[in-house]
Design a protein. Structure first.
Length: 313
């Protein structure tokens, strides 16, 4: 789920999640971009210190969890861009409407097709934490469109900043193709210079005709958006802990002879009436019971013991 914020791969971990790269002498402390920058610092710190984000930045992200994060992003951006389309002519948001440059929905569909196949829609569902986020975005877009600025700022500025660091981390950690399948979400084909575009975006935000109270509400909503993101991170972290290492890597856990045999994927196939390979553990146990195999194993043990004794002399 994270899009992270500004930074560089070689910097300190706590400095990766930042939006701003340089100071702009042309902004005022009362400008919306500055209010958002200062007003969300604490939320930045909390978000970057969630376990999910810290593990991601260190390359400890498994494919199954990354897939689930992509699903969460799909539902989030579908809601966000639906409301942005709804308000594209509303003066409180229209100057920030950049569908060709920013919209992520189509890119996320490509990623989901890569991970889940053409029938991806039947294989995904919106999680509880993501649904709360989605519901809030729809409420804002339909009833308080000026607050849509906060959600767009929080997501897209992050995608163009540290999100580019996460792109490299994910590509390397998950061994994804160099042709960028699976990480299209982080690819902005219609933005040639991310830093210049972010400066343009902030300038557009600062030019919005908003009173002090509205600006304060937008900052408050941006912090709310961060909280929603953190709740999704925490949900993903819990899911990650419940997955075995093999399952996270997209493989199947091998049954160890303990617990319910029906949980072994090899037995699951048989219970479903499918023909398939037997459980490796059970097959090995059955083979070891054969007299000839036991004789061979005993001989091997004797040879190994003799070699060890010779080595230790």
């Amino acid at each position: 789920m994270p899009s992270a914020m500004e930074g560089s791969e070689g910097g300190e971990e706590g400095e990766i999640l930042r939006y701003e790269e340089t100071e702009d002498d042309n902004v005022s402390p009362t400008d919306l971009s500055e209010l958002l920058k200062e007003g969300t610092k604490e939320s930045h710190d909390r978000a970057e210190n969630t376990q999910f984000v810290k593990d991601f930045l260190k390359g400890r992200i498994k494919k199954e969890l990354f897939k689930l994060a992509t699903v969460a992003l799909h539902f989030t951006y579908s809601a966000l861009e639906e409301e942005m389309d709804r308000n594209k002519d509303n003066p409180v948001f229209a100057p920030l409407y950049f569908p060709l440059e920013l919209h992520r929905r189509e890119a996320l569909v490509k990623d989901l097709k890569y991970f889940y196949g053409e029938d991806w829609k039947e294989k995904i569902q919106c999680s509880e934490a993501t649904q709360h986020y989605v519901d809030r975005i729809h409420h804002v877009g339909q009833h308080e469109p000026e607050l849509l600025v906060a959600h767009a700022y929080t997501r897209y500025m992050g995608d163009l900043s540290g999100g580019q660091v996460l792109k490299k981390v994910a590509q390397r950690a998950l061994k994804l193709p160099t042709t960028e399948e699976g990480i299209q979400f982080y690819v902005f084909d219609n933005i040639s210079n991310a830093q210049q575009f972010k400066q343009l975006y902030r300038a557009r935000m600062n030019a919005l005709d908003l009173d002090k109270n509205t600006k304060e509400r937008i900052v408050e909503e941006a912090n709310r958006a961060f909280r929603f993101n953190m709740q999704v991170f925490e949900e993903l972290d819990k899911l990650g802990r419940s997955l075995t290492e093999e399952a996270q890597d997209g493989g199947f856990p091998v049954h160890d002879g303990k617990g319910d045999l029906r949980k072994c994927p090899y037995y699951a196939d048989k219970l479903a009436g499918k023909a398939g390979p037997g459980c490796p553990y059970q097959a090995a146990v059955a083979l070891a019971k054969q007299p000839l195999v036991q004789l061979i194993l005993a001989a091997c043990v004797a040879v190994a013991a003799g070699a060890a004794a010779w080595y230790l002399m």
